[in-house]
Design a protein around this ligand. Sequence first.
Ligand code: FEO
Length: 169
Amino acid sequence: MLSKKMEKAFNDQIKWEYFSAYLYLSLSSYFQSLGLPGFANWMDVQFQEEQFHARKMFDYVLEKGGKIQLQGIEAPQHTWKSPLGAFEFALNHEFAVTKRINDLVDLAQKERDHASAIFLQWFVTEQVEEESNFGDTVNKLKLVGDGGGLFMLDRELATRVFTPPATAA
Ligand code: FEO
């Protein structure tokens, strides 16, 4: 069973994960409009990852006998100054997600909810990977600038595919 506080915090985070999905779908369309289909693909894969995160939390709440209360999702930003500006925006978004996950772990510990604290470890680890993925591309974008390197990077990002994490089971 989940405490009311924990249940509310999970519901808030589910909304946040779906907002993240929405944001990455918006970023995907932004890159498509720039004629960078590889970047668009990369963001589309991220869109799928975020839906996976939301669903994983959704299933956990139900498994623990909690109630799901889906919330409205705000419209995400839809345009950015440059590919680098867009990726920096996304990296900052991931920093905010990490903070939210850390707050959830703190709450689980405060509530002496060990099951939720263990469940959330998966998200703690996932955030390390998320920050690293976004950070790598920010660094590469800084190196290549606006020249032909952008198209090389676009080809690299086109190879990303969505693979449901092994811990899905
Ligand atoms: Fe669900 Fe990008 O963190």
